[in-house]
Design a protein around this ligand. Sequence first.
Ligand SMILES: C[S@@+](CC[C@H](N)C(=O)[O-])C[C@H]1O[C@@H](n2cnc3c(N)ncnc32)[C@H](O)[C@@H]1O
Length: 347
Amino acid sequence: MESDQEDIVEDDVTTFIPVGDLGSAQVEAMTGIKAITKIRALYAAGVPLFTKENLRYIAQVQDECRRRGFGIHEVILRGFNGSDVRCEVCNHEPVLEFRIEYLSIQKLEGLWGWFDPRGDQPWLTIGFKSYMPNRRTSSEGPDNPPATSVEYLNEGFHFVKTKWEASGYYGRLRRTLASINPPPVLTKVIGLACGPLCSVARAELDHRGISQHLLLLTLREAFSNDGRQIECYSQDPIYNENEKQILESLGIRVLEDPMGFVEVDEGSVVVSISPNVPVKQIIADIARPAMIIWYPRLVKLDPSMETGWTYTDPDSARVDKMLEDYDKIEFPPHFNIGPVELYVRKH
Ligand SMILES: C[S@@+](CC[C@H](N)C(=O)[O-])C[C@H]1O[C@@H](n2cnc3c(N)ncnc32)[C@H](O)[C@@H]1O
């Protein structure tokens, strides 16, 4: 790209850059109120926003764009209505991170100002966005100090772990987990968006992120038996190489976005606390995990709104429907974990 950095940042705020080929009849049918009506009809008919097949496909497209290197690449993505959508993907790495974008039903409907529903946007639920300048890989400067060293992180993590295991909270958590009657086959614990181990801005430990990873380890410990340790995975694009190294040394396998989602199945214990992506809606479409730990449903600010409040991991009719198949178990609150809920699939 020849444009200067400021232009790049401005341009890339646009998530999807359609280059046409939807077909004029389709575009017309997709305008204005018809667009929302159509989206709602597809949703009501049970058309998934997310499928494992499409998640795997987007991973392939992403790999291919990365292989092609810097620049703007034309790709074919899958529309919500099943049609192919031709898009341009801006790959400016390492200046800007090139990320997968997931659209909740609320964003797709345009209710939160995501796009003007009178426009002729393609109906993508999984696409790409160029993110903010990548502070973790771009050169160091006054606002971008060197990453916290592996040694410091390792020592810090184990220090917090020792305190965690000696705490009254840990005892309460273990008792809660021991009281659960889980579905018969538990094979893995999967963390989705557990956050960093050190803060991005300053070289110091992130106690919230560390606590959430300790929760993953505690769940693994609690549900491993007969000398067989169940798997533990974590997906969060925020990890830097040092954090990945620490997590791997703890037996937490780091998965690139979106492979953590793809990994979720009936034998999984999923932990996802305040993610920046619509994890609840992704899970509701792709799997029925054995257990789930995530934030409670948010209270509707406006009762006339179908699906709740504006936030990054919104509930939906489908999430509610899925949770009918689960028992809700009281989960001990923790300062760094939050007022989460624990759901166990009925069996
Ligand atoms: C508000 S923070 C919450 C972090 C942590 N769970 C907490 O409670 O402090 C949102 C997190 O979502 C992560 N995130 C964004 N996109 C993600 C994706 N596609 N998969 C997994 N995590 C993602 C961000 O990197 C960030 O760590």
